[in-house]
Design a protein around this ligand. Structure first.
Ligand code: GDP
Ligand code: MG
Length: 162
């Protein structure tokens, strides 16, 4: 079986946009407003000659009470099934309480984690990415899923742990 890479993070951080970038096609549904209910979606992906299974996560309601728990629940299942995890944070927003919940799950899982500091669309966003060192997950990889910036470096880091 191919190694499994799960993309987790709270709604609207750009997970599906990132998945589409990795796939090189628009297959994952990108939503401008979070909260659309969907299940985990699995894709066949390849980078630098390595084939792997890529899992996009979603499917929670943000407007209901207990949103943090729902995000954490979804993330937990995806993390369990994965060999490695890309944890996506919106670098423009910075780390939120919900992000911290997922960090706890990631730590407990013992799975290798690549920290994707997304929405770093240009050089001025690098400082936002660097601030995410504070999450304690190692080097934040600055990425713009929207434009493809930093994607190659991040995926190279993924392949080292997958
Ligand atoms: P998901 O809920 O985590 O899957 O997030 P989506 O992929 O649906 O994206 C949510 C919103 O963020 C959409 O409006 C995207 O266009 C936007 N977005 C995603 N990646 C980037 C990025 O790198 N830069 C910017 N500026 N916006 C992004
Ligand atoms: Mg999505």
């Amino acid at each position: 079986p191919l190694p499994v890479l799960a993309v987790v993070g709270r709604p609207n951080v750009g997970k599906s946009t990132l998945v589409n970038r990795i796939l090189g096609r628009r297959e994952a549904v990108v939503e401008d407003t979070p909260g659309v209910t969907r299940d985990r979606v699995t894709y066949a992906a390849e980078w630098s000659g390595t084939d792997f299974t890529l899992v996009d996560t979603g499917g929670w309601e943000v407007d209901v009470a207990g949103m943090e728990s729902k995000v954490a629940e979804q993330a937990e299942v995806a993390i369990d099934l994965a060999d490695a995890v890309v944890f996506v944070v919106d670098a423009q927003v910075g780390a939120t309480a919900t992000d911290e919940r997922v960090v706890e799950l990631l730590r407990r899982s013992g799975k290798p984690v690549i920290l994707c500091a997304n929405k770093v669309d240009g050089p001025s966003g690098e400082a936002d990415a660097a601030a995410l060192w504070a999450l304690g997950l190692g080097e934040p990889m600055p990425v713009s899923a929207l434009h493809g910036r930093g994607l190659g470096d991040m995926l190279d880091a993924v392949l080292e742990v997958l």
